[in-house]
Design a protein around this ligand. Structure first.
Ligand code: ZN
Length: 213
């Protein structure tokens, strides 16, 4: 397990060394990554306390190191992200969620730079593009793709984004959401680690045909 915000949760989303994290996992011979991300809901029917699985993303980050290929070694790479998340890992996560009767949705993850939250106008715009908004899902997903690793994300929906729901959560409800989700995540990760991971996806061949020398 790698805590992207640090052991003491003191690294903000825009300062996380995403490249070092994903590369370190590769160096440790990890070939399948399950990322856990917390998100805000952009849609009324994606409720706090439920889970969300990104199938695609849109990003509005600004200052992140987002590639391993900056041309230094003479390689120019345009990685294909028509399927950013590993379909096999997604199926495994969905199986686990279904077996455990956890409510979840799938859709588009919007990644912002943070660390501030979004304005009402930004949320209005983002909800026309995606389903949830978060700050940590990108560029991890692309860096994993560049290294040929399987990567999928399991998001916990912690709140409605600004202006999405008129029903404000009470403090008790917020704590209930956090506790339920915490227990759920541990259950899901345990099952994920113990399950047999198939190897029929094409993630490890992600670079084929994408390098222009
Ligand atoms: Zn894969």
């Amino acid at each position: 397990m790698l805590l992207r915000h640090g052991l003491n949760h003191n690294i903000p989303p825009h300062r996380i060394n995403y490249r070092a994290n994903i590369y370190a996992l590769k160096e440790l011979n990890v070939d399948k990554i399950l990322a856990i991300n917390s998100v805000g809901s952009l849609k009324e029917d994606i409720k706090p306390g439920t889970f969300f699985i990104p199938k695609d993303f849109i990003e509005f980050t600004k200052k992140r190191e987002f590639t391993y290929y900056n041309g230094e070694d003479g390689k120019v790479v345009h990685i294909d992200v028509s399927e950013p998340y590993c379909p096999e890992l997604i199926n495994i996560i969905k199986d686990i969620l279904n077996r455990k009767n956890y409510e979840y949705n799938e859709g588009v993850y919007v990644c912002t730079e943070g660390p501030r939250f979004e304005t009402k106008s930004e949320i209005k715009f983002y909800r026309t593009l995606g389903d949830v908004v978060g700050m940590t899902g990108y560029p991890e997903v692309v860096l994993a793709k560049e290294l040929g690793l399987c990567y999928a994300s399991l998001c916990t929906v912690s709140n409605y984004s600004t202006g999405i729901s008129k029903n404000k959560l009470t403090v008790e409800e917020v704590f209930e959401v956090i506790n339920n989700v915490k227990n759920g995540i541990m259950n899901i990760v345990e099952d994920f680690v113990n399950c047999k991971l198939p190897k029929n996806c094409n993630c490890s061949q992600s670079l084929e045909g994408n390098i222009i020398k």
